[in-house]
Design a protein around this ligand. Sequence first.
Ligand code: TYD
Length: 214
Amino acid sequence: MTPAAPRGLWITFEGGDGSGKTTQAERLRDELEARGRRVVRTREPGGTEVGATLRELVLHHRGDLGPRAEALLFAADRAHHVASTVRPALERGDVVIQDRYLDSSVAYQGAARALGASEVRDLSLWAVEGALPDLTVLLDLDPAEARRRLDADDKPFDRLETERAEFHERVRRAYLDLSQAEPDRFLVIDATLPPDEIAARILAEVRRRMPSLG
Ligand code: TYD
């Protein structure tokens, strides 16, 4: 009998803009690499060459772009990213650490843009042939605090970031609903905790799911 194909671990980071996902994703990458794991660091939108073009379009296009077109662009980026980057990495046995995945579409397009959570989730699942991460870290943050962080950052806002406070409230609520619907996949962390504490909680959860990590 041939042994089962090696399969890596797929970890996604979710949360509102300014919740600290990228910082924590990078810290986790460093921790895993220090323990000898091969890590692929990636993101949506924009984790591939095609994705970079889609990202530019969906985040910085200046004219009108309807919510359905927006949802389809995110789904197109996702389809290509999973097929060309994520699946091959997992098949090689690598760990994939990714900023944002379909939960972002459910929260932003499904709930905040009111296209419907289940419709948007089904669209993404079709795009990726049902692929779901092993672990999704949700960094939960009050949108008012997130806005203070983004303002302090002094970077230009993208199309989604400039949405009103109520939009970001809906995003937050949707994420919390998603985490309650799939408690085994989600690890929810209060993003106002000290960064070291957040990193330690994430690493403990990854260890639990990957006992060989040491
Ligand atoms: P990005 O610069 O990656 O933001 P962040 O650093 O906060 O992750 O921009 C991604 C933006 O796109 C963010 O506002 C969320 C939004 N987005 C969606 O609306 N739907 C999606 O499916 C994805 C992946 C992102």
